[in-house]
Each structure stands twice: as structure tokens, then as C-alpha cells.
Design a protein around this ligand. Structure first.
Ligand code: SF4
Ligand code: SF4
Length: 246
């Protein structure tokens, strides 16, 4: 512990100032950002066949399926997507990055809730990595409480239902009940490729295709797992307070 304190003092490591200042490369490593299509012509290689989750179509990458495995880098695809990567629309995540349509504008269904949001987590079948990135928001580095974000143990006290993991049949009913127990106004955020599209487990007979088959989803945060900054920005965007909203 003393050595950790010494290192922090030496580096000047303080609580992140995100979203007041942009996220640093250390907070969002390049490999955690969405891959984009490669240079013209090179993306016609075996990229689509190499992708283990069928996320590539032509030169387009479906961000909701991509598990950031990096296999397509050999075909000229590259990690270079936006730090604030999330979308209210599943269809928009599947669009080519270079699409003229651009990303869908984000909505703020909880804009009326002032400066404080309470989060209730439901794990419908995760590997635990998405949970760890979400729970990192409570550590001293991100300190989400400085932004009025708090975890609650009851859906009856929650404003935001945060879902992680692939939607297993067994968790379908508990998820619906948690959603119904929440008072309005409320919002639903899905973190990670598993919850958005099944991710690496896509097509398993015990799974639904995505969490949006079970509850209405307000925001999709892609990644495998998404970074804490990405999650922070996504949740704040529900109240119109994300850096991506500025
Ligand atoms: S990084 Fe992996 S999962 Fe994502 S598009 Fe490339 S090959 Fe597919
Ligand atoms: S999206 Fe990736 S990190 Fe998140 S639960 Fe699924 S496999 Fe794990």
C-alpha cells in the first residue's frame, strides 16, 4: 500500500477529470476503440471470414457484434474509433463508420432528473469483465459519485437499469421483473457485445439474440468489454451530461 501511494504521488495520479476534460490514451487504450474499415481495396481481403462473430460486411464493421479480437487488423482494418462510443440505435452501430448518415444523435430520457442517477446492475450471463469495468466507476480513479452516479441494490430505487452479459433464457424473467419494478422515468443501458448481439456466444440455443428482445433499450455501449470512460459517458448521456453531448 505505501508503494502504491508513493507511485501515485510521484506520477501525480489523481481522480479522472472526465468528462470535464477529454479522456487520455491511458484511460481509453486504442485497442478498446471500435475498429474501422481499412484502406480502400485492402479491406476486400479475408477479413469477413477471419472475424469470429461475423461482424464484417464488406468494409463495414458492426460495432454491436465486434469483440475487439484484432484478427481483422491483418486485412487493413484498424482500431481508431471514437472514445465516446455508444448509440441509442442498434441499427446505427451496424453502419459503416464512413457512412454519410453518421451516428444517430443521442437522446436524454433522464434529462429531468437533475444531478443524480442511481444504477441497478443485472448480469444476465456475463464473463464478469463487463461487470468489472462498470464497477471500476466506483474506484478512486473514476469516482463516479463526484458526478452524482451511485449504485443501488434495489430496482425500486433505480433510475438506470444496466445490463451486462449474454441474455440467457433463465435470466429473461428476472430481467423483465427488475425493469417493471423500477419507477419512471427510467432508462436501460446495455454494456458489451454479449448483451447487444450475443457477442462471442451468438447463436447459442440457450440465448436470445439481444437484450432488446426482453426490455426496451435506451443506449447500447459496444465493446468487449467497454471501457469505464465509455460507460461513464454513456450513462451521463442519458441525462444530457456526457462529453459526447458537448
Ligand atoms: S476486431 Fe475481431 S471481432 Fe472485431 S471486426 Fe475485427 S475480426 Fe471481427
Ligand atoms: S461483452 Fe465481452 S467482456 Fe462483456 S460479458 Fe461478453 S465476453 Fe465478457
Amino acid at each position: 500500500m505505501p508503494s502504491w501511494i508513493e507511485q501515485s504521488a510521484h506520477r501525480g495520479l489523481l481522480t479522472s477529470r472526465y468528462p470535464r476534460v477529454p479522456a487520455s490514451d491511458a484511460e481509453v487504450p486504442t485497442t478498446a476503440r471500435p475498429p474501422l474499415a481499412g484502406p480502400e481495396g485492402r479491406a476486400a481481403g479475408p477479413g469477413p471470414d477471419r472475424c469470429p462473430v461475423g461482424a464484417i460486411e464488406g468494409v463495414a464493421v458492426d460495432q454491436g457484434r465486434c469483440i475487439r479480437c484484432a484478427r481483422c487488423l491483418a486485412d487493413g482494418f484498424r482500431f481508431a474509433g471514437a472514445v465516446e462510443s455508444s448509440s441509442p440505435s442498434r441499427a446505427a452501430l451496424a453502419r459503416p463508420a464512413a457512412s454519410d448518415a453518421g451516428p444517430d444523435p443521442r437522446r436524454a430520457p433522464l434529462a429531468g432528473l437533475g444531478r443524480s442517477l442511481h444504477l441497478f446492475l443485472v448480469d444476465v450471463g456475463s464473463c464478469n469483465a463487463c461487470n468489472l469495468e462498470l464497477l471500476a466507476l466506483a474506484n478512486p480513479l473514476y469516482d463516479a459519485s463526484r458526478l452524482g452516479l451511485f449504485f443501488t441494490n434495489s430496482p425500486r430505487h433505480a433510475d438506470v437499469l444496466v445490463i451486462v452479459g449474454a441474455p440467457t433464457e433463465e435470466m429473461a424473467e428476472p430481467l423483465r421483473r427488475a425493469y417493471e419494478a423500477m419507477p419512471g422515468p427510467k432508462a436501460v443501458v446495455v454494456l458489451g457485445a454479449c448483451g447487444i448481439s450475443g457477442g462471442a456466444f451468438r447463436g447459442n440455443p440457450g440465448l436470445r439474440a439481444g437484450c432488446d428482445e426482453l426490455v426496451p433499450v435506451d443506449l447500447y455501449v459496444p465493446g468487449c468489454p467497454p471501457t469505464p470512460v465509455q460507460v461513464l459517458d454513456g450513462i451521463l448521456s442519458l441525462a444530457g451530461r456526457g462529453r459526447g453531448d458537448r
